[in-house]
Design a protein around this ligand. Structure first.
Ligand code: 5RP
Length: 271
């Protein structure tokens, strides 16, 4: 790993705790105006002070995020398909490394579809992006997609361990996957840091518990989207998640933080 690559990775995964709170707002690349992100800047700007990195597309970055922001960017560079198209899993490369450098990206994110008929294309795509990352000193986040379309496989430890290990073997510098039972087995067999996606919106208490359990099992943090930006109070929620990730707050403590921050905002409105 070059000095530049390590330096960029340290901007995302904070050396002080070895953990990270990444905020994922890339959903529009295949889902269009996702609930909560219709006006992405309105939702995301108040969350930026609490996030360690922002994961999004180049179009969202250019249109919604101010260029004087100092939040590290993890740029989604895979896509090209949509939820209404026929080949959702056939993602390819959607941004060049030169554009990523122009955008001052701290990381590149690429999805792999292990078990799908497009597995080979996405794994070779990841390898290509890792070559760029090594050449220019930019860490690559492999995102392990899940779903019934992937040969009927879903979020079990055996499948996710397979995906994460393949991603690391192909050179990914960190991996995003989903939390599952026996998650420590996924972490143990993956030689690079793992962050978890939040998945579909859960009640806040449950999402905090999931983040806590993932950290306990050895995850380096979260790359959470809907469970933050679709929360009834996204600013309170990201602070609660941050307490779990960086301060080791228990789910109960974190939920108290959520309620307290939510209450503070409501009280300020009444005044
Ligand atoms: C799909 C993705 C998403 O677009 C997103 O980042 C997922 O985040 P969340 O599940 O927490 O909403 O990576 O594979």
């Amino acid at each position: 790993m070059s000095w530049g690559l390590k330096n960029r990775l340290a901007r995302i995964v904070k050396p002080k705790t070895g953990h990270t709170v990444m905020l994922a707002v890339d959903h529009g690349y295949f889902m269009g105006p996702t609930t909560g992100l219709e006006k992405l800047d309105k939702t995301v700007n108040p969350l930026i002070p609490y996030a360690d990195a922002l994961m999004l597309t180049r179009g969202a970055l250019r249109n919604y995020i101010a260029p004087d922001s100092d939040i590290p960017i993890v740029l989604r560079v895979s896509g090209g398909t949509s939820i209404i198209g026929k080949e959702l899993l056939r993602e390819g490369i959607i941004a060049s490394v030169k554009d990523a450098i122009r955008l001052n990206a701290s990381g590149l994110a690429f999805s792999i579809m292990v078990g799908s008929e497009f597995e080979r294309d996405t794994l070779l795509g990841l390898a290509q992006v890792v070559d760029w990352g090594e050449e220019y000193g930019i860490p690559v986040l492999a995102v392990t997609a899940v779903g019934k379309e992937l040969g009927g496989k879903d979020k079990d430890a055996r499948y996710l361990a397979l995906c994460c290990r393949i991603a690391a073997e192909l050179g990914a510098h960190f991996v995003k996957t989903y939390y599952c039972e026996d998650f420590e087995k996924v972490v143990e067999s993956c030689p690079v840091p793992i962050v978890i996606a939040g998945g579909k919106k859960l009640p806040e208490e449950d999402a905090l518990k999931m983040a806590y359990e993932a950290l306990q099992a050895g995850a380096a943090g979260v790359d959470m989207g809907r469970n933050i930006f679709q929360s009834e109070n996204p600013v309170a929620m990201i602070q609660a998640v941050k307490a779990v990730v960086h301060e080791g707050a228990t789910p109960d403590e974190a939920y108290e933080i959520f309620k307290e921050k939510k209450g503070a905002k409501a009280a300020a409105r009444v005044k």
